[in-house]
Design a binder for this molecule. Structure first.
Ligand SMILES: Nc1nc2c(ncn2[C@@H]2O[C@H](COP(=O)(O)OP(=O)(O)OP(=O)(O)O)[C@@H](O)[C@H]2O)c(=O)[nH]1
Length: 412
């Protein structure tokens, strides 16, 4: 079995990390048990909202996921979130248990960096006004950079000596040094490819080493910025500054506190709320037959404010889009293993698309089979229409994403 994808949440204290995590892991929305191979106090299950394959075939009524949920073709697929709390400036020097928190990062395949875009908390998370959140973006990147660079530089003379003595390739030597960050050979090769005109490793000076570390960092920790607290009046100008200064960074505007509030009101039956959208309806909109509870003036005003300040201005609270942006960076494709390729049922019952896995685009279908079935002998693999798929055909959005694995009878 391959390891599960892990998304790390980072951010300085009081940026809104716990609030975002609460909204992403909202217990009210959940159906199904914990599907992951490891259970850890810093880990939580988030739900990535996707368009489920059931809607493609008009089978929404029969869609019953083993894990997560599916509501009228909108499916929440479990994804593992890692809470990397407690990173402070100079963590790489061991400040504030810094090295432990940096070490926790290695497991993450991608980071969501929660930034307090309102500028109402300083670098350490203390209340202030007019702080420039650009500092936080640059500070976190520098922290990770200094940590990886420091670890490598400590042993560099020995690394070069051994590299020459063993006549290793650059990739082999770097793999030995960077593999500990949960980085496989392909990932390290990609990082090296992205550095133009790279000389042989024994000729690298500090500048080349830094270029390689930066490239590795970008490939190992692709990052989505959550520009949080966008409901705050100071957020607009800060958001603009960040986007102008870092045009290539993936940013999502969020108000996680609004998301938590809306989900709470929906659970208490004051509103009907379609996750990830601007649509919030009350009894005033839908009438008493909706079964919603009546609102008092205070609540009615709060909902009106949320509509004006967040939902109508930005189109949503951004929280659902945040996980989607992380999944896009990782090029994750939902893949549905089914037993019956015609009915899409998993077992003997009528229920369809019981399972859904998130697989990196471009993965050969045989690797998907190994991940799901383990080390069994596969006779052939089929997709929609019973069409046979070659083992090295790859997974893509809407292509080879519904698969049935046929085993050799009695084979292992
Ligand atoms: N206005 C506004 N406030 C928010 C938002 N998200 C969080 N907050 C507030 O910011 C403060 C800090 O939020 P937390 O979620 O506890 O922040 P944290 O990053 O987990 O903080 P630590 O636990 O100290 O690491 C709380 O008072 C939240 O109510 C938001 O979207 N908008």
């Amino acid at each position: 079995m391959g390891r599960d994808t892990v998304i790390g949440l980072v951010g300085k204290p009081s940026s809104g990390k716990s609030t975002t995590l609460n909204s992403l892991t909202d217990a009210n929305a959940k159906v199904g048990a914990f599907p992951f191979t490891t259970i850890d106090p810093n880990k939580a299950t988030g739900y990535l909202e996707i368009d489920c394959a059931c809607a493609r075939f008009g089978k929404q009524n029969l869609c019953k996921p083993n894990y997560g949920y599916c509501r009228d073709g909108k499916r929440g697929v479990p994804i593992m979130l890692l809470d990397v709390a407690g990173l402070v400036p100079n963590a790489h020097l061991g400040r504030g248990l810094g090295n432990k928190f940096l070490g926790d990062l290695t497991e993450a395949d991608c980071l969501i960096h929660i930034v307090d875009a309102s500028g109402t908390t300083d670098a350490e998370g203390k209340a202030t006004r007019g702080y420039d959140p650009i500092n936080d973006i640059e500070w976190l990147q520098e922290e990770i950079f200094c940590w990886i660079l420091g670890n490598l530089m400590d042993k560099w003379p020995l690394v070069v000596k051994r590299h020459i003595a063993t006549k290793s390739t650059t990739l082999e030597t770097l793999r030995a040094q960077l593999g500990g960050y949960s980085a496989n050979k392909q990932l390290i090769a990609r990082a090296l490819d992205l550095v133009p005109n790279l000389p042989p490793l024994n000729e690298w000076d500090n500048e080349w080493i830094e270029k390689v570390v930066r490239s590795f960092m970008n490939v190992k920790f692709p990052t989505v910025l959550s520009l949080n607290k966008m409901d705050h009046p100071d957020a607009d100008k800060n958001v603009l500054k960040i986007i102008l200064k870092h045009p290539t960074l993936k940013c999502v505007l969020t108000s996680s506190i609004t998301e938590v509030f809306l989900r709470k009101l929906a659970a208490q039956k004051y509103i009907k709320y379609d996750l990830g959208t601007e649509f919030v309806d009350t009894i005033d909109d839908l009438g008493p037959e909706s079964g919603l509870k009546p609102l008092d003036d205070k609540l009615r005003n709060r909902i009106e404010n949320i509509r004006d300040l967040v939902l109508y201005r930005f189109g949503s609270t951004g929280v659902v889009q945040l996980l989607q942006a992380a999944a896009d960076l990782l090029e994750l494709v939902p893949v549905y293993p089914v037993r019956n390729i015609n009915s899409f049922a998993g077992g003997s019952g009528d229920e369809v698309f019981r399972d859904c896995m998130l697989i990196k685009k471009g993965t050969p279908v045989i690797s998907v089979a190994r991940k799901i079935m383990g080390d069994v002998t596969i006779a052939h693999i089929e997709t929609v229409g019973g069409i046979k798929v070659a083992e090295d055909d790859v997974v893509d959005k809407g292509k080879n994403d519904i698969l049935s694995f046929k085993l050799v009878p009695g084979g292992r």
